[in-house]
Design a protein around this ligand. Structure first.
Ligand SMILES: Cc1cc2nc3c(=O)[nH]c(=O)nc-3n(C[C@H](O)[C@H](O)[C@H](O)COP(=O)(O)O)c2cc1C
Length: 183
């Protein structure tokens, strides 16, 4: 089993596609939170065994989806026993607007990791922010804390900008490298 688990929610499939690209780069297992905010069978055991947990959610109304929040609230049992202390954490969010208040979701992911006594893995990619930059470029949204992805409101899951998907895989590779440095 992989040391890295991507736990995510996706209402309409866009964030699922992003999760798959992060997992490809990190060689991670995928754990999808369902539309009721519940994990699949053995989901909690899978997370307990992971060295690194990657959070993923669409940004809905300026924060993670309620399904992801239900999952996060359910981790309070683990928090109480310091069960995820010193695990590594990372995160990504996807939304329709270039900004779209994705930063609020990302900041809250970092707080959630900190509540568990975790260690956060940043994106560590320079932004593509020149006049010549296009959506095919890496980190065109200029994230630093974690991965930001834009799925334009009329875009199908197959129309997520290629640069954002490449950024997702690159972040996954970094997550794997950092994970390998910890026993
Ligand atoms: C209830 C709801 C709230 C949303 N709020 C935001 C938002 O605050 N900012 C934004 O940029 N996009 C917002 N969107 C657009 C979604 O983030 C976007 O469609 C995203 O790709 C959905 O991902 P998913 O297919 O994984 O659910 C919202 C969509 C829904 C359904």
């Amino acid at each position: 089993m992989s040391d890295i688990v991507v736990v995510y929610h996706s209402g309409f499939g866009h964030t699922r596609r992003v999760a798959e690209y992060v997992a490809k780069g990190a060689n991670a297992a995928l754990l999808e939170i369902d539309q009721n905010g519940d994990l699949p069978e053995n989901g909690w055991e899978t997370l307990d065994k992971a060295k690194t947990i990657v959070f993923g959610s669409p940004t809905y109304m300026g924060n993670a989806s309620w399904q992801f929040k239900k999952f996060a609230d359910a981790t309070s049992r683990i928090w109480f026993n310091r069960g995820w202390q010193n695990k590594l954490f990372a995160g990504f969010t996807n939304s329709a607007s270039p900004v779209g208040d994705k930063g609020c979701t990302m900041a809250w992911f970092q707080v959630l990791a900190a509540q568990h006594g975790g260690i956060w893995i940043s994106l560590d990619l320079l932004p593509s922010n020149t006049k010549a930059a296009t959506k095919a470029d890496i980190n065109v949204l200029g994230g630093a804390a974690g991965l930001l992805v834009q799925s334009p409101s009329d875009a199908s899951v197959d129309e997520i900008p290629s640069g954002d998907l490449e950024t997702a895989t690159t972040y996954g590779v970094r997550i794997a490298k950092v994970t390998a440095r910890f026993k």
